[in-house]
Design a protein around this ligand. Sequence first.
Ligand SMILES: C=C(O[C@H]1C=CC=C(C(=O)O)[C@@H]1O)C(=O)O
Length: 387
Amino acid sequence: MPEADFFNKLKQHFEMQLPFVAYRKPILIGNLGTVTAFLQQDDYLNYTEAFSESGFVFAPFDTSGKAILFPENASEKHIFEQVVSDEAAVTGKSQKGQISEEKKSAHIELVRKAVTALQAGEMDKVVLSRREEVGLQQQGPLKLFNELLKTYSTAFVYCWFHPKVGCWLGATPETLMKLEHNQFKTMALAGTQKFQGSMEVEWGEKEKQEQQFVTDSILENLKASGIEALEISEPYTAKAGNLLHLRTDIYGTLASTAVPRNGSARLANIISALHPTPAVGGLPKEKARKFILSEEHYDREFYTGFLGELNLQKNMQRSLTRRNVENLAYRTVKKETDLYVNLRCMKIEAGKAVLFIGGGITKDSVPEDEWEETVNKAETMKKVLLK
Ligand SMILES: C=C(O[C@H]1C=CC=C(C(=O)O)[C@@H]1O)C(=O)O
């Protein structure tokens, strides 16, 4: 479908106040991306707990909240092929906007409190965040979505709307998990510095340790949830917009003997083993969760939750071995789940965008530097908001 028709479909759906999501996965090779939309045909609010359905899932940070589903069989699906510029070639001036001193000291105070708890050995790591409001001029969500698509080719870019919930947009660099048949993939992403023109950078001990916590915890939890033959890459520097992160890729296979035997129950098991990873929660998981819920003093809602494709059928053309040359039309149908962590995101409200940004705190964190990190992270969204 041509781009203009695609956006018209979204516009009409939005005007009718019907739920939709439009998204594009990270473009890692070449300059072509597929932008997909699920347009739910009614305004029913569907949830999933079992993760056994097919569709698009949108889950909050707090695991006691429910994950929303746009069921595939209740949605119209459209795609358009987007040609993108290399992310590095997309320029634009640094956009910080006005930042309130009050917000700054509140965040620094919050980080200080966490550092005291971390130094006392109560936790190893906790991810703390804040909100920031930016006034909107004329930009509607679809225009902002289009800007995000053009600006961030290597991110998972989305615009999600439900009339009973709200409208969210984001450009996240982090995969929660991908499961293609029995092939599993995830990443440990943590440690941040500003991109200053080079990928050849040094990482401090604080960042290395904070990232190692994430890798170790993911590996431990995966083993317990039936993923075997685990392999990991060396930690390496990955670019996300104006930032660099430390990243380790993790691969594995879903054990055929994993219990429970039912495929979707296994998926629910893996999701609950992973979410929230210490890249957005902390360690130990429960202590960090409690600290976040009691100290942040706001509801993260869907920020640091996860979103993406759930059990979508992919048609796979079999390779032409001698056996299936006899039957050229032979195809296998495989299910794929592809979920992302909801970072670098914002919620659209009347006349404003509410940005959500955070960072990992360890006993060695310097509160002023952690503040600065959230300012840098907020630029991912401000680049399209303050154009
Ligand atoms: C919590 C966020 O980022 C996480 C992902 C990558 C790097 C992070 C860090 O260096 O602190 C965070 O763990 C956020 O962007 O709001």
